[in-house]
Design a protein around this ligand. Structure first.
Ligand code: UDX
Length: 443
């Protein structure tokens, strides 16, 4: 089939490459010509495992092209996927729908024949119904220009795998014919993996996505709330998480306590969900999401507090090494990164902060130019009074604490991701602090 993917960010670039990989002819469309040029040359504009090879292979095979014109997209595609961002509105919790609206407004006037436009962006419930009317109203094809909603659940770092082997596919459609068309688009995936197919109305499809993210955020904040009680009572949250995780009604995933969630999705999605529920008169039901957000944001403050305590009560005149800038490992995404939030706060409180991240240095430097950056973990730790482990890259787990102990001024580490081999660090002479765990001083 001939597909277009409009918006080639984290979601769209991966979706375009994966749709080409399963055999479709794909045109990726973006207003950013630099991004389009990079993608057309087979270069992903961000760090995502496996995407480079996938792009190169499909561009080479002629199944994947990129362009900037909405008219070209309309002319080319039988099905158009909308993958633009829905960030938080400045000054409010609601989602900013200007990019989604702009795609419909740009594309619709060129739709002269029957077409299906498929939204994948995360939107407040009710958006698809509104856009369906707008699309049909603006398109020369009238009611032949139809809308569907097909939320995505991919995780950065596993985006290719999640797109080619999703654990479920969800579509909100206006007719059985549109359901059939989308099944045809995804047929190779459905056949290969027997993927569950959930076909529903617009509102339910929209709600599946925001509910999934709200649940995941709640799970993380739940275990982080338990971490606070562990700190107060002298318990170990990692053992609590492991033990409750064996109950398969609970499950062990998304129970890693620590610095909490960040990124371009969970934080803004729970806020937008709450804002939308309030608009619908169901705000009370979703009020707990405010607490989920509060618990999460407190993690950042708590990490700064522990670090300040470790350096004697004030950051003035103290060197602070920060390991990690990305919002999570295996990504160079720094949107709402807890690590950079902590780094910037420590700096604002007078600390000399030096940051190292395996992949996010370029992004971090451009967003936080006033922080100091080091070319590797060891250099970041030179003369440090405290080391903050804020993003759990494997590279940091593999560090030799004995080597680092020789370059720091004081061997003290905050493992804000509960991911370092604490005993090994203690044996190498480090004072180790974490969130939700207390370590006896090394013998
Ligand atoms: C998330 C959802 O998982 C995905 O389904 C949705 O489509 C987009 O949002 P992503 O933002 O890529 O994906 O990251 P994810 O792996 O979910 O992690 C989100 C944040 O939670 C990260 O900051 C991570 O460090 C944190 N996290 C995750 C925890 O603090 N503890 C955990 O146990 C798991």
């Amino acid at each position: 089939m001939r597909l277009t993917v409009i918006g080639t960010g984290y979601l769209g670039a991966v979706h375009a490459a994966c749709m080409a990989e399963i055999g479709h002819d794909v045109l990726g469309v973006d207003v950013d010509s630099a991004k389009v040029e990079a993608l057309a040359a087979g270069r992903p504009p961000f760090h995502e495992a496996g995407l480079g090879e996938l792009l190169a292979r499909n561009v080479e095979a002629g199944r994947l092209r990129f362009a900037i014109s909405a008219a070209e997209a309309a002319d080319f595609g039988e099905v158009h996927f909308v993958c633009v961002g829905t960030p938080q509105c400045p000054g409010s919790d609601a989602a900013d729908l200007r990019y989604v609206d702009a795609v419909i407004d740009a594309l619709a006037p060129h739709l002269h024949r029957d077409t299906l436009v498929v939204g994948k962006s995360t939107v407040p419930v009710g958006t698809a119904a509104r856009l369906a009317a707008r699309l049909a109203g603006l398109a020369p094809a009238g009611a032949g220009a139809r809308l569907a909603w097909n939320p995505e659940f991919l995780r950065e770092g596993y985006a290719v795998q999640d797109t080619l082997h999703p654990d479920r596919l969800v579509v909100g459609v206006g007719s059985p014919a549109d359901d059939e068309l989308l099944r045809a688009v995804y047929a190779p995936i459905l056949q290969a993996d027997q993927t569950p197919w959930i076909s529903t109305d617009f509102a339910t499809a929209e709600l599946v996505k925001v509910s999934a993210n709200a649940f995941l955020a709640t799970k993380i904040s739940f275990i982080n709330a338990i971490a606070d009680v562990c700190d107060a009572a002298g318990g170990d949250v990692t053992t609590v998480a492991r033990a409750i995780g064996y109950d398969n009604r609970i499950g062990s995933r998304f129970l890693s306590a620590g610095l909490g969630f960040g990124g371009g999705c969970l934080p803004k999605d729970i806020r937008a969900f709450l804002a939308r529920a309030q608009e619908l008169g169901a705000g009370e039901a979703m009020r707990f999401l405010r607490e989920v957000d509060e618990i999460n944001m407190r993690r950042r403050r708590r990490t700064v507090d522990i670090a300040r305590e470790l350096v004697g009560g004030s950051f003035l005149g103290r060197n602070v090494a920060v390991l990690g800038a990305a919002f999570k490992p295996d990504s160079d995404d720094i949107r709402d990164s807890p690590a950079l939030n902590v780094a910037a706060t420590v700096q604002l409180q007078g600390g000399q902060v030096r940051v190292y991240d395996p992949a996010a240095m370029g992004n971090a430097r451009s967003q936080f130019p006033s922080l100091d950056y080091a070319p590797d973990a060891e250099k970041a730790c030179e003369q440090a009074d405290v080391v903050l482990h804020l993003t759990e890259w494997q590279e940091f787990r593999d560090l030799d604490p004995a080597v680092l102990a020789r370059v720091v001024r004081r061997a003290a580490v905050v493992d804000a991701r509960n991911a370092l081999p604490a005993e090994r660090w203690q044996s190498a002479g480090w004072t180790v602090r974490a969130l939700g765990r207390t370590f006896a001083p090394a013998a």
